[in-house]
Design a protein around this ligand. Structure first.
Ligand code: RBF
Length: 154
């Protein structure tokens, strides 16, 4: 087992409703992350009609997009997906900080787990390597959502 990955045992998503919020900024990265996440949910037995995918403009908006799904769709868990790539200004720092705090606040404000699916990369190469092939993190984020939603139901 790679030290930078996590193992999951028997994630059973049958009967769960899972939201997936996806930022369109850096969509060449976020689309494969979303697809791998949805595949993990399907592999875990989440019904296709119980996977709610919500597109939002950028990573900054994944917090309010997640809150919308929690409030309006009664989801059991949400995966918030985005990709921040460091540029020449301070935007990266401000948005990364706001989003990570925003997602943590959602996790403590309600009983619905919100999985942190935001890549914060220094280069486009880093973003590509974490969103493609066997290192695509989206799959583990889907499994994490099922595990945490199941925990809540125990
Ligand atoms: N959104 C992302 O998801 N990833 C980025 O790398 C990203 N970089 C941005 C850089 C700048 C200079 C600006 C103005 C916005 C950026 N955004 C990015 C968009 C941000 O998440 C949000 O959608 C907008 O700021 C509107 O609230």
């Amino acid at each position: 087992m790679n030290k930078k990955s996590v193992s999951f045992e028997n994630v059973d998503g049958s009967g769960l409703i899972i939201g997936v919020v996806v930022a369109r900024w850096n969509s060449d990265v976020t689309a494969p992350l979303r697809d791998a996440c949805v595949k993990a949910l399907q592999d875990a037995g989440v019904a296709e009609s119980d996977i709610i995918v919500q597109s939002v403009p950028g990573a900054y908006e994944v917090v309010s997009g997640s809150k919308h799904l929690i409030d309006q769709h009664k989801v059991d868990a949400v995966v918030a997906i985005g990709c921040l790539i460091k540029g020449e200004t301070m935007h990266f720092e401000y948005i990364a900080d706001a989003v990570s705090h925003g997602i943590m606040t959602l996790n403590t404000a309600s009983t619905v787990p919100v999985i942190f699916g935001v890549l914060t990369c220094l280069t486009e190469e880093q973003a590509t390597s974490r969103s493609t092939g066997e290192h695509n993190h989206g799959y583990a984020w889907g499994q994490s959502a099922v595990e945490m939603a199941s925990l809540k139901k125990k």
